[in-house]
Ligand binder design. Sequence first.
Ligand code: SAM
Length: 285
Amino acid sequence: MNWQTRDIAPGLYLVATPLGHARDITLRALDLLASVDVLAAEDTRSLRRLMDIHAVPLGNRPLVAYHEHNADRARPKLMKALEAGQSVLYASEAGTPLISDPGFDLMRAALAAEVPCTAAPGPTAAVAALTLSGLPSDRFLFAGFLPNSSGKRKTALSELAGVPATLIFYESPKRLGKMLRDAAEVLGAGRDAVVCRELTKKFEERCGGTLGDLSRKYLETAPKGEIVVLIDRGAAEEADPDVLDAALVDALSHMSVKDAARDVATTFGIPRREAYQRAMALAKN
Ligand code: SAM
C-alpha cells in the first residue's frame, strides 16, 4: 500500500532522513514526502531509494538535485516554486539538512522572501552520538569537521580547549588517527573521549578511552565508515576566588541563590554545594 497523501500548506519543509537505518524515518517525514508539490534533495538517488523502501510514490512531481556544486543554479528554481505558493521539501543525503550539509542558503533565501518555513526534525549523527557516548550531555558544542591541515586543526582545537562542554566533531575515517593525535597534543592525552562509528548501521560501534589511547589505536588501524568524535570537557582549572565571587554577585543580581549557584557551578566546573555556600554568604552581605 502506498503512503497516503495529505493536504500540505505552502512553504519550505526541511526534512531529516535516517542516518543508516531506513526505519528511523518519522511518520511526518513520510507524509511530507508523499504530499509536497516539489521535492529537492542533496542526493536524488538516496531519496528515491528511501521513498521506494517506504512505498511513497514520486508520481509526476519534480525531484530536483540541490547540493553544494549546483546550489546557486538550483536555488532560483526552488524559490520560484515557493513564491508561487507551492510546498517544497528539502532533504540532505542523511540526517538533518544544514548540519554539516547544504540547505543554509536556501533557508535564508526563503526567510528573506517571507516564505513560511518549517523543520520536520529527526536523526542527526551529533545528537545520536552524544546520547550514546556516556559523556556529559547537559552542555555540548558541535564543531562540525575540523580543518584538514594539522596546523589549522590544532589552532581550532586550542580555541575549544577551555569550553566547559562536551565537544562533538564529525571526522573522516582516514583522518581520524591524526585528528585524535592533534587533540591529545592540544587538549591533553588524559582527556576522555569517545569514537562513535556507523551509528544505526550493522557495524555500529562505540569506543571510549583517553585521547592518548584512542589516537594510538586509530593511528595503528584506520577504521571504516562514518565517524563522530566526542571529547569530554577539560578538568576545571582552580577557579580564582575573586572571579568566582564576581560571577556569583552578577548572577545574584537577577537570580535566586539556588539558580545563581547552579549557573556559576556549571560555568566554573565546581561542585554545586560549594557555589551555593559562597552564594549564601554573598547574599547575606
Ligand atoms: N547532516 C548530517 C547529520 O545530521 O548528522 C551530517 C552530514 S555530514 C556531510 C556527514 C558526517 O556525519 C559523516 O562524515 C560523519 O562524521 C557523520 N555521520 C553521518 N552519519 C553517521 C553515522 N551513521 N554514524 C556516525 N557518523 C555519521
